[in-house]
Design a protein around this ligand. Structure first.
Ligand SMILES: [Zn+2]
Ligand SMILES: [Zn+2]
Length: 338
């Protein structure tokens, strides 16, 4: 089988690797399509502290089960599936309180173990979720990024009464905007520095857009007479949290998706005076079933999220496209059918 392997930071190759049978409790998937995530680029550049090399990257992927290991029903062979990349132990403290996505022995497919940018991938059977026939192969690859959006909106308790500010209209921000507007019915304000991205944000349901390269955010919100009750940081720069606590409404919630290792200077008074709540959100906690239902019901807009589909042999071009053309790229998918 052919796999896309980051052999070491900066070195991406398409390698012929031996076919492996699924271990007990696992299924083997013939991967058909996979989405590229910022974290795949980080592993490529050696900026992910959890990655061990060599690594087959990719954690947003769809395919057909072609073999099952011991203990897995053979009826699953042929099933169309999408993979939740979160593998947890079921025994530690976070697992015992229903927070398996921050398991102390967390293994993320495509980070801690080999992922989906490969013709075949073996994963635990319980991580492979059946995809109904009315969700297309390509749309199914976006279930994982939508699950990340489902997680942060669940953590922060989004609802229809919210005036939600979403920092960043890249792929992560767009999924959050789509879920906030079209699942929860919130009023959504989106920010970005690129007009092209803000156009897509509007198409995903943003009620207002602010280009922060031109307009200063706090002043613009003040002119609009608006204090966000929910703020989601999908840019993930440490300076944003400092601003968010200043512009939030009293009793607002702030959701963080970022992985920056830089310090943030928070003013305690701003937090306590208005009793703000801060929620960090990592990956997703069993959100696949609900995202599959939302997608099936036509509430989400994966079409607007996907901007390009390239043959997987062009993976280097696909990575370069994302890095050099942020105004034109959203989700770039790899086609692994051939
Ligand atoms: Zn991702
Ligand atoms: Zn655990």
């Amino acid at each position: 089988m052919l796999s896309i392997v980051v052999e070491e930071p900066g070195k991406l190759v398409i390698a012929e690797r031996p076919d492996v049978p699924p271990a007990p409790g696992e299924v083997r998937i013939r991967v058909r399509a996979a989405g590229i995530c910022g974290s795949d680029l980080h592993i490529h550049h050696g900026r992910n502290p959890f990655a061990v090399y060599p690594r087959v990257v990719g954690h947003e992927f769809f395919g057909h089960i072609d073999a099952v290991g011991d203990g897995v029903s053979p009826d699953r062979v042929g099933q169309r599936v999408v993979v939740d990349p979160v593998i947890s132990c079921g025994e530690c403290y976070p697992c015992s309180v229903g927070r398996s996505n921050v398991c102390t022995r967390l293994q993320v497919i495509g980070v801690h173990r080999d992922g989906g940018f490969s013709q075949y991938a073996c994963v635990p059977a319980r991580n492979a979720f059946a995809v109904p026939s009315d969700i297309s192969d390509r749309h199914a690859t976006t279930i994982e990024p939508y699950a990340v959006a489902a997680n942060v909106t669940h953590r922060t308790g989004a609802d229809a009464s919210d005036i939600a500010l979403v920092y960043g209209a890249g792929p992560a921000g767009l999924t959050v905007i789509d879920v906030l507007k079209n699942v929860f019915g919130a009023t959504v304000i989106a920010t970005d520095r690129l007009d092209e991205r803000l156009d897509i944000a509007r198409q995903c349901g943003a009620d207002h857009v602010i280009n922060t390269a031109r307009d200063e955010l706090p002043a613009t919100l003040e002119r609009m007479g608006c204090a966000p009750t929910l703020i989601i940081d999908a840019v993930c720069h440490p300076s944003i949290l400092e601003e968010a606590v200043r512009i939030a409404s009293p009793a607002a919630r702030i959701g963080l998706l970022g992985f920056s290792s830089e310090a943030t200077a928070l003013v305690q008074q701003e937090m306590t005076r208005r009793e703000l709540s801060l929620f960090a959100s990592r990956l997703n906690n069993n959100m696949f079933p609900r995202v599959i239902e939302w997608m099936r019901a036509g509430r989400l807009h994966p079409d607007r999220l996907i901007s390009h589909v390239l043959d997987y042999r062009s993976v280097e071009q696909a990575f370069a496209l994302i890095e050099t053309q942020p105004h034109l790229t959203r989700k770039v998918l790899l086609d692994l059918t051939r």
